[in-house]
Design a protein around this ligand. Structure first.
Ligand code: CO
Length: 220
């Protein structure tokens, strides 16, 4: 089955490009004399958990100019932190309680296709049910969003508001709150990437304790 598919020369060429790219990377690893890759093979000690969009234009390592081993990553469409998403919660729990990361970064990006789609009334398939979580964020801020005339600006503002909402969702988890009871070196940040400039913009909504959480959200 696979062989038959790979008889397609275009498919074969694009797959070989991936392998050739890896060969170039292997060469870089071989040429490295610092010993860091041998060390990395034994384990990881990243200080950052990055929760970003699945979009191909926002790779965590390139954006932060970091190397393998420095950033623990979870990505999904529109960098959502959905309360009952076991995938996200498992990554968060492992990052916070085992790896003991110091920074959890929710990284949105301007021009996010997921956010743009959530502002439309079009159906895109099963993803519509995921995008409903963003529509919920819109609902909290519909007056502000509706007042913006330019479509691009509308999307970009919702990108920012969505990041803030996901930061809030993370802080509502028992995982983050229990970690804050144990240690004071854990910060949750909200940031947005401007793809055109590569800039990672701090939205200045960093949370380092549960003090600001609303009554029902802060656990005793
Ligand atoms: Co996106």
């Amino acid at each position: 089955m696979l062989k038959k598919q790979m008889d397609n020369p275009v498919l074969k060429a694009s797959f070989e490009k991936i392998l050739a790219g890896n060969q170039a990377w292997v060469k870089q690893v071989e040429e490295d004399t610092s010993g860091k890759f041998k060390q990395l093979a034994k384990g990881q000690h990243p200080e950052i958990l990055w929760i970003g969009c699945a979009d191909s234009r926002v790779p965590a390592n390139q954006i932060t100019n970091t190397l393998p081993g420095e950033v623990f990553v979870h990505r999904n469409i529109a960098n959502m932190c959905v309360h009952s998403d076991m995938n996200m919660l498992s990554v968060l729990d492992y990052a916070v309680n085992v790896l003991k990361v110091k920074h959890v970064i929710v990284a949105g990006h301007y021009g996010c296709g997921g956010v743009a789609a959530s502002l439309s009334r079009k159906q895109f398939g099963i993803i519509d049910n995921w995008l409903c979580h963003i529509k919920d964020v819109y609902r909290f801020h519909s007056e502000e969003i509706d007042a913006i005339e330019n479509e691009e600006e509308k999307v970009n503002r919702l990108v920012e508001l969505n990041v803030a909402e996901q930061v809030s969702n993370l802080c509502s988890t028992s995982i983050i709150q229990n970690a804050w009871k144990e240690r004071d070196d854990l910060a949750v940040h909200g940031m947005v990437i401007d793809i055109a400039t590569g800039k990672l913009i701090d939205l200045d909504i960093t949370v380092t304790d549960s003090e600001g959480l609303g009554k029902v959200f802060a656990y005793h």
